[in-house]
Design a protein around this ligand. Structure first.
Ligand code: NAD
Length: 500
């Protein structure tokens, strides 16, 4: 065991996982293995099988059978809720193990991983109530001869593809809601962060979920992910990841069986700061909005749009905040910003930083790799003198890089905020309620924060406008998303004949 600066230790050997089919692990056997090294330390931490297309077929068969024989959708809400509640309790019981593997594979700070896992248990607890309250509608106003009801039915087998930035949180913003609706699942986590998805499958079996309702295939997006989005026996696909792959998902559904789609894609999210805001709060919130999860969040507040009269002062405040934030070993409990998750992402972020300088933006602070002897780390980075046509202002960087653009009027602030193909999230900082609500109404985003940022929870839905996606996850909306609606007309009494 290699000791870190905190109590936690890097494992001396990677943990072997199988993939998960029909209620149990399937060992890697002769399949190729992907060895994942921790981005914070560069040591191997997990070994995950690369599933074959035959493995995927098997998992889809399991989910299909489990759905079609109604072993799950045929249970009443109370029984489904009991499984989800038990799963929540088991997540809490195993929270330290889950947080540990989340940190090892992803590079996020352990304190953050622990908080996320707690939030995930809460998702299951909340969704258990929804399993019992999911209902349709009735129409008692169709005259004495007719009665109408609208029922909700689970869509069927759901393919669930998730990214590496919040492997467990994004999973748990979907799985309990999908299960509450009565659907069954074939999940495909990112190849670099599969461990906690596999642990969740095991937990669900232990919680009493019938076999075949939660299956996990592991492997690369281009092989096993592509086969899942094209699979003709999958009824719905929930995809969270880049807009580029989201486009492939839409094309694949069109080419195959027109499966229902839920898409949560990229973002380039504005943080609008007015001069009348509590600037201390705003600076802290803006720093958190871009530093949290190393800026590798779909909802990171990566574009600061600040009223010109306070722009210089605010940039100074941010610079100070950035200088104090604790970047370092993700296993250290004091760390606030951990490692960059993949080599490719590290290269992407550094190339955007270079591009920003080359395009004429002013590098106010950061911009460099931090050397802790191992792992890959990037200092929180601030760019001033940014114009709307620069790549750093338009493209999703997915790293701790914040751009600053000043505005003079509320109309201009809204125009800059909406000048993007994305519409995932936005924040406004102002003590003037008229301004805050006007901005809230006119900025195109699926999530909006007033005098805060990145707030969330199981109650409110998640999802994007414009090219940030289709559909909503979490809340009652997140359960309804995995249902389809059936309209039923019921004639009462003697039929008026068509043929006399
Ligand atoms: P990605 O699109 O590369 O990968 C996401 C998932 O899709 C992974 O499991 C990957 O293996 C799989 N995949 C890749 N190619 C595929 C293919 N051809 N067919 C099927 N599946 C395929 O994204 P990423 O790099 O893992 O994550 C970063 C991106 O995800 C960012 O753009 C970010 O904004 C987005 N994201 C969005 C949200 C949201 O809720 N809107 C949340 C997290 C991440």
């Amino acid at each position: 065991m290699d000791k870190c600066s905190s109590e936690l230790s890097i494992p001396s050997a990677p943990r072997d996982f199988g993939f998960y089919n029909n209620g149990s692990y399937v060992a890697a056997g002769t399949r190729e293995i992907f060895t994942r090294s921790s981005p914070g330390h560069g040591v191997p931490v997990t070994r995950i099988p690369k599933c074959t297309v035959e493995d995927l077929d098997l998992a889809v068969d399991s989910a299909r059978t489990a759905f079609d024989d109604r072993r799950w959708s045929g249970l009443n809400g109370q029984a489904r809720a009991a499984v989800l509640l038990k799963a929540a309790a088991l997540i809490r019981e195993r929270s330290e193990e889950i947080a540990f593997f989340e940190t090892l594979e992803n590079g996020k700070p352990i304190s953050q991983a622990r908080a996320e896992v707690g939030g995930c248990a809460d998702m299951f607890e909340y969704a258990s109530g929804l399993a019992r309250s999911l209902h349709g509608d009735s129409f008692n106003n169709l005259g004495d001869g007719m009665f109408g009801i609208v029922t909700r039915e689970p869509v069927g087998v759901v393919g669930l593809i998730t990214p590496w930035n919040f492997p467990f949180l994004i999973l748990c913003e979907r799985v309990p809601y999908i299960l509450a609706s009565g659907c069954t699942i074939v999940a495909k986590p990112s190849e670099v962060t599969s461990a906690t998805t596999l642990i969740l499958a095991e937990i669900l079996t232990d919680a009493g979920l019938p076999d075949g309702c939660m299956n996990v295939v592991t492997g690369s997006g281009s092989s096993i992910g592509q086969a899942l989005i094209e699979h003709p026996r999958v009824d719905m696909l929930s995809f969270t990841g880049s807009t580029a792959v989201g486009r492939r998902v839409v094309e694949a559904a069109g080419r195959t069986n027109f499966k229902k789609l839920g898409l949560e894609l990229g973002g380039k999210n504005p943080q609008i700061v007015f001069a009348d805001a509590d600037l201390e709060d705003a600076a802290d919130g803006v720093a958190f909005g871009i530093g949290f999860n190393t800026g590798q969040c779909c909802v990171s507040g990566s574009r600061l749009i600040v009223e010109r009269s306070v722009a210089d002062e605010f940039a100074q405040m941010l610079r100070e905040k950035f200088s104090k934030v604790v970047v370092g070993d993700p296993l250290d409990e004091k760390t606030q910003i951990g490692a960059i998750t993949t080599d490719a992402q590290n290269t992407t972020i550094m190339s955007y930083i270079e591009k920003g300088s080359a395009e004429g933006a002013e590098l106010i602070c950061g911009g460099e790799q931090l050397d802790f002897g191992r792992g890959q780390y990037i200092a929180p980075t601030l760019f001033g003198n940014v114009t709307g046509d620069m790549a750093i202002a338009r493209e999703e960087i997915f790293g701790p890089v914040l751009t600053i653009m000043p505005f003079d009027t509320i109309e201009e602030a809204i125009e800059i905020a909406n000048d993007t193909e994305y519409g995932l999230a936005a924040s406004v900082w102002s003590k003037n309620i008229d301004k805050a609500l006007t901005v809230m109404r006119q900025v195109q985003a699926g999530r909006f924060w007033v005098n805060t940022t990145l707030a969330g929870g199981p109650e409110l839905p998640l999802g994007g406008f414009k090219q940030s996606g289709w559909g909503r996850e979490a809340g009652m909306y997140g359960v309804e998303e995995y249902t389809q609606v059936k309209s039923v007309h019921i004639e009462i009494g003697k039929r008026t004949p068509w043929i006399e």
